[in-house]
Design a protein around this ligand. Structure first.
Ligand code: AMP
Length: 196
């Protein structure tokens, strides 16, 4: 199972990605988590990424693409993966297409978490208060949402054209959203490949 999960910051991608990945017995790979781990460890990649992350901008495509291609070659990703937060630009999606074509693989589904902007801002402000993430201040939140809206609409169209998109209403109870995702993937013909 090779899947993507797409949605604005604060849509609950991380939580839902962990649940989906565990049900399909594949790794959930979050570029945001990988960047944050590098920032925390003070690696060269982390130092470069931090300057972009702190303002809500995207880390440049070349850095991000190299990181993901490297991660997808690890042994645990050979039988499948769920990418959370990648691709976010058309160039990143082309890198992913190229990687998959080289390995004679394709994507099975793209889960799109749909949440109205007002709800997302409220969630992110709550998370800022609870976790103190340096990119969760109100200005940076608005910048991240603007960047998301600008860059991601094209990706959503692209995967919709390929009939891979599984849009899911992501407002409400976390368990209910998880169930909607599994229902949506079932409709998309993926149930047979679930391992749990
Ligand atoms: P996230 O946790 O997915 O919201 O990502 C947090 C931040 O990491 C983003 O605001 C970006 O600065 C950076 N980031 C994560 N994934 C990507 C990506 N695919 N391309 C560029 N920047 C990314």
């Amino acid at each position: 199972m090779r899947m993507l999960i797409i949605g604005p910051p604060g849509a609950g991608k991380g939580t839902q990605a962990t649940r989906i990945a565990s049900a399909f017995d594949i790794p959930a790979i979050s570029t945001g988590d990988i960047f944050r781990a590098n920032v925390a460890q003070g690696t060269p990649l982390g130092r470069q990424a931090k300057t972009y992350m702190d303002t809500g901008a995207y880390v440049p495509d070349d850095l991000t693409n190299d990181l993901v291609v490297d991660r997808l070659q690890q042994p645990d990703a050979q039988s499948g993966f769920l990418l959370d937060g990648f691709p976010r630009t058309v160039q990143q999606s082309q890198t992913l297409d190229g990687f998959l074509a080289e390995h004679h693989d394709g994507l099975d589904a793209v889960v799109q978490l749909v949440v109205p902007e007002d709800e997302v801002v409220q969630r992110l402000l709550r998370r800022a208060a609870e976790q103190g993430r340096s990119d969760d201040s109100e200005d940076v939140i608005r910048a991240r949402l603007a960047v998301y809206a600008d860059q991601t609409s094209m990706l959503i169209q692209l995967y919709d054209t390929r009939s891979l998109l599984v849009p899911v209403d992501a407002v409400g109870d976390i368990d209910a959203v998880t169930q909607r995702i599994f229902d949506g993937l079932g409709t998309a013909g993926a149930t047979a490949r679930r391992t749990a």
